[in-house]
Write a protein that binds this ligand. Structure first.
Ligand SMILES: Nc1ncnc2c1ncn2[C@@H]1O[C@H](COP(=O)(O)OP(=O)(O)O)[C@@H](O)[C@H]1O
Ligand SMILES: [Mg+2]
Length: 240
């Protein structure tokens, strides 16, 4: 069986924070491949560099060294203005805390990325509604975020991350603030999203209950990828 096209490829990515004696190297030469149509989960202990790595893949953080190709674009050779444009077009980022604006409706929250890009509210709202439909919340579009459950709020945040139809979806512990049932609903939604061609999701998680929704699992430790396997080959007992 041939592999689908590569969505994101990292080669020998390094990153440190701080200067001089306070300098700490966080990523020690990361090699990682993420393919189209797959959910790649990134597992590893707190502090091992997961958020740093996905921020680099999303183009919000610059690596010190290494090569990074995302959706065919060589991010490591691009200027920051070009990376910003690339990110606005192609990357959707979902945070652990939903980061919704409490004073406006769900559909307005979902429209925000388009408003930031300069689209008018009347043009943006139909896109926001389409995105809310995709996450199954269209009937709640006029409600404020705090009128919804935690799981529904996370789905609104996902709709917001999808409103500009990004091909690369990057999530930092998207189920961490959810109970088991809502976490599973969110992951089922991700599986459905992957049916659209050309998409890829990279999901950081601590939550072993959602690993089975992935196609591949990469395990990180101390700034390195120590294992990357198809989910079918993952040793769940060993990692418990
Ligand atoms: N902006 C920063 N400045 C200094 N140190 C940082 C910064 N971001 C992360 N770190 C450090 O890098 C290490 C890895 O952090 P992070 O990528 O957030 O790990 P994880 O997401 O796996 O918990 C931690 O030791 C953290 O303190
Ligand atoms: Mg983190």
């Amino acid at each position: 069986m041939s592999l689908p096209p590569i969505a994101a490829q990292a080669r020998q990515i390094t990153k440190s924070f701080g200067n001089g004696n306070a300098k700490v190297q966080v990523l020690h030469g990361i090699d990682l491949d993420a393919y189209e149509s797959e959910i790649l989960m990134l597992l590893g202990p707190s502090g091992c560099g997961k958020t740093t790595l996905i921020s680099i893949l999303a183009g919000t953080l610059t690596p010190d060294d290494g090569e990074l190709e995302v959706l065919g674009e060589p991010l490591h050779r691009m200027k920051s203005s070009a990376i910003t444009r690339f990110r606005a077009k192609n990357v959707g980022f979902i945070f652990q805390q939903f980061n919704l604006i409490p004073t406006i409706s769900c559909e307005e929250n979902v429209a925000v990325p388009l408003l930031i890009q300069g689209m008018s509210l009347s043009k943006a709202l139909p896109h926001a509604r389409k995105s809310l439909e995709e996450v199954g919340l269209i009937e709640h579009r006029k409600k404020r975020p705090n009128q919804l459950s935690g799981g529904q709020q996370q789905r609104v945040a996902i709709a917001r991350a999808l409103v500009h139809q990004p091909r690369l979806i990057i999530c930092d512990e998207p189920t961490a603030a959810l109970d088991a049932e809502n976490g599973q609903r969110v992951m089922e939604l991700f599986r459905n999203l992957m049916r659209q061609p050309g998409r890829c999701a990279i999901v950081v998680t601590h939550d072993h209950r959602i690993l089975r929704y992935s196609d591949r699992i990469a395990t990180m430790n101390d700034g390195r990828i120590v294992e990357s396997v198809a989910t079918a080959d993952f040793d769940f007992d060993h990692h418990r």
